[in-house]
Each structure stands twice: as C-alpha cells, then as structure tokens.
Design a protein. Structure first.
Length: 136
C-alpha cells in the first residue's frame, strides 16, 4: 500500500523561487502529489505544527521563520514515502546534507533548510491532517 508523507517547501525556498525545481524533483523521484496548497501560516499555526519542538531553544526562531512568508504544503504518496522523501531532502543541516539532496542544493542554514518531511507513520498522519481535511 502506498504511504503518505507531508512535505513543505519552506518560506526560504519559496522566496528563492525554487518551488518549480523542487516539485519537478518530487515528480521525477516518482512521488504522486495527492494534495497541494500554498499557505501563509500565522505564528500560532506554525507553533501548533511544530509543537513537538516547543521546549527546544530554536522554537521561537523556527516558528517566526515558518510564518515569515508563504509555504507550499503537499501530501506525497509512494511506497515507503516517508523514508524516501527524507532521503531526497537530505540531512537537517544543509552543510552536512549529501550532494544532490534538496537541502544541500537549496538550503541556507540548519533552520532555513528549504523543505520539511514527516519522520514516522503516526506523525505523517497527524501532519497531513493538520493541513488537509479528510476527503468525504
Ligand atoms: P523537518 O522536521 O523540518 O523535516 P528534521 O526532521 O530534519 O526537519 P527536526 O529535528 O525535526 O529536523 O527539526 C525541525 C526543524 O527545526 C528543522 O527542519 C529546522 O528548520 C529547525 N531546526 C532543527 N534543528 C535546529 C537548530 N539546531 N537550530 C535552528 N533550527 C533548527
Ligand atoms: Mg522533523
């Protein structure tokens, strides 16, 4: 059964005008885009999404960044989508991400790292539900 993961093209990448390049890569890697929208998160929406990180020292900076401009939110579908999308993104810190990964190509710093991906089946389900209503 194909799996779903939540992908976000973060404000830094939208501002850099690399949305098209990232979506082309997503399609070339064999993911199906099941849902897609452009949204400008409020600070509270960003805090809600990253609630698991609320104790981290980078939380307020991260949520300010994530609400600083529009983001593109997608539900991606593929076999093993969660693991594969994280592989295409690369390591959290663009400086440590493997050559050719999206974060290496388009990320600026450990915070402004171009893309987000869910990290497990439960979080993927929760994250897709955070942005997209279930189809009737
Ligand atoms: P994401 O959840 O966005 O896919 P990730 O799972 O690789 O990334 P997490 O540890 O979940 O990394 O951190 C969530 C986000 O918080 C990172 O993508 C990054 O934008 C930011 N972040 C993580 N670590 C740091 C840090 N040390 N300093 C600043 N920002 C950070
Ligand atoms: Mg994460």
């Amino acid at each position: 059964m194909p799996q779903q993961t939540l992908a976000i093209i973060k404000p830094d990448a939208v501002k850099k005008r690399v949305v098209g390049k990232i979506i082309t890569r997503i399609e070339d890697e064999g993911f199906t885009i099941a849902r897609l929208k452009l949204v400008h998160l409020s600070p509270d929406e960003a805090k809600g999404f990253y609630a698991v990180h609320k104790e981290k020292k980078f939380f307020s900076s991260l949520t300010e960044f994530m609400s600083s401009g529009p983001v593109v939110v997608m539900a991606l579908e593929a076999e093993d989508a969660i693991r594969r999308w994280r592989e295409v993104m690369g390591a959290t810190d663009p400086a440590l991400a493997a050559p050719g990964t999206l974060r290496r190509l388009y990320g600026f710093s450990i915070e402004r790292n171009a893309v987000h991906g869910s990290d497990a089946t439960e979080t993927a389900e929760w994250e897709v539900g955070y942005f997209f209503k279930k189809k009737p």
